[in-house]
Ligand binder design. Structure first.
Ligand code: ADE
Length: 262
């Protein structure tokens, strides 16, 4: 049973009378990426069911500064015990989190592959200006555009300036590696980074009119020499530190601000 949940922080107004951001949902696909942030914000695991009984999805929550902070991790596959990465789980937890928590803002944080031809380096942290899918090829007029699902993200010029983040387009698909078909679509999407969740989170959040900020840190160079899986695993922990520092700065920045100030 999914029910709306509220914690106790009072909504205040900024000087110009707009309501400040109060509830934030941070969607993170991997436990390794999520746990340092759970500690940083001193969140506790939720033992009430805001999600349907039996699902592996995990909510950590607490009050940080003036914000109700929720970290949502889709948990581990019930059969295989690995993180529930990819677009299906990302869509489901985004939908369920919005229904249960009514966030003012979603942050989708995670790692990504980067294209050195577009200036990406391992350890770079990007804010995605646009998202699209690269593995939903439907060569029928208009369905082709539906499959790609390209959309601009919520505009955050002050956040980008203040945090000195790199900005680039994000392309999403359900594979870590890159087939020649994927490569063609990613290039057509104009992407600098590729992940496995972003465009799915964007689709659901757009349906329900919740703004999303995408923060993605580069673990591997897709157009480089090293095998992707090897490079990803080698850099995951170190790059997660950079990712979590950026997310932490984003949360500090949004505290006491209204959406129009981002
Ligand atoms: N996350 C980290 N590296 C990635 C890659 N190369 N493709 C998709 N998602 C990723």
């Amino acid at each position: 049973m999914v029910e709306a949940v509220t914690e106790t922080t009072t909504t205040t107004n900024t000087d110009d009378g707009k309501p400040t951001i109060s509830t934030v949902v941070i969607i993170i696909a991997m436990q390794t990426e999520a746990l340092p942030l759970v500690n940083k914000f001193q969140l506790s695991q939720d033992h009430h069911f805001v999600f349907p009984e039996g699902v592996p999805w995990v909510r950590y929550h607490g009050v940080y500064k003036d914000l109700q902070v929720n970290i949502i991790w889709p948990g581990k596959d019930l059969l295989l015990g690995v993180d529930n990465i990819g677009t299906i789980s990302a869509s489901l937890v985004t939908y369920a989190s919005i229904q249960a928590l009514k966030p003012d803002l979603i942050i989708n944080a995670g790692t990504a592959g980067g294209f050195k031809a577009k200036g990406a380096c391992v350890g770079d942290v990007y804010l995605a200006s646009d998202v699209a899918f690269h593995d939903r090829r439907i060569p029928i007029p208009v369905f082709d555009q539906y499959g790609i699902g390209a959309r601009q993200t919520f505009s955050t010029p002050n956040l980008i300036k203040e945090l000195n983040l790199k900005v680039g387009k994000l392309s999403t698909g359900d594979s870590l590696d890159m087939s020649p078909h994927d490569e063609t679509s990613i290039l057509a999407n104009g992407a600098t980074i590729k992940d496995m969740e972003g465009a799915a989170v964007a689709y659901v959040a757009d349906l329900l009119s919740v703004p999303v900020v995408f923060i993605k840190a580069v673990t591997d160079i897709v157009d480089g020499e090293k095998p992707t899986a090897e490079e990803f695993l080698q850099n995951l922990v170190a790059v997660t530190a950079a990712l979590d520092q950026a997310v932490s700065q984003v949360v500090d920045f949004i505290n006491r601000k209204h959406l129009g100030e981002l």
